[in-house]
Design a protein around this ligand. Sequence first.
Ligand code: MN
Length: 233
Amino acid sequence: MEYSITPPATPSLAVMGSDARFPVRRIYCVGRNYAAHAREMGQDPDREPPFFFSKPGNAVIGAGQDVPYPPLTQNLHHEAELVVAIGTGGADISEADAENHIWGYAIGNDLTRRDLQSAAKEKGRPWDMAKGFDHSAVIGPLHPAAQIGHPNTGAITLQVNGATKQSGDLSDMIWSIPEVIAHLSRAVTLAPGDLIMTGTPAGVSALKPGDLCTIAIDGLGSIKTRITERSAR
Ligand code: MN
């Protein structure tokens, strides 16, 4: 195959205990998957089935890398999330079979331009520019499920400059990971390399240049991200 331009590089994630990287295809995100966060965003957590939005695969940035404060926003928010990496694709995956499709897990930060999201909600417009900007998917190294199993309980916390902002438990998810995979795979065919960011607990707040964001999930260690000055692009 000859391309008319040089093909774009494949985004990828580090893998714990391996030099091989995990290639990233798509990034799906679950909205409002923790009741307390749904309430803090002004929604009734009990009323709706899971819904999804996405980020481009190349929005991925690894743990320990600086994230420049993004353009167009004055209200950049952190969202600590458990990330699921799909290793075996499929459509209409059953809840019972869902874990067989999971390659591994990572810690993620669904960075959000909250002011753009609020404006989009108000006008009934898409969330793409609020959620899918450059470096908006901070994702740490993948832990293979073959080694760590399938976490469905345990603390998920986020600190900004050492002060705890988010503190939840994976067992507080409204929709479990198998349920999320079952729902999502009815809407789209999942493929190896797809990532799912599974929603954030309550306590989202604004980040500013200079802040150090630390996210920890039981069994997955922690990741650190420094927000740096908005850069000229
Ligand atoms: Mn999120």
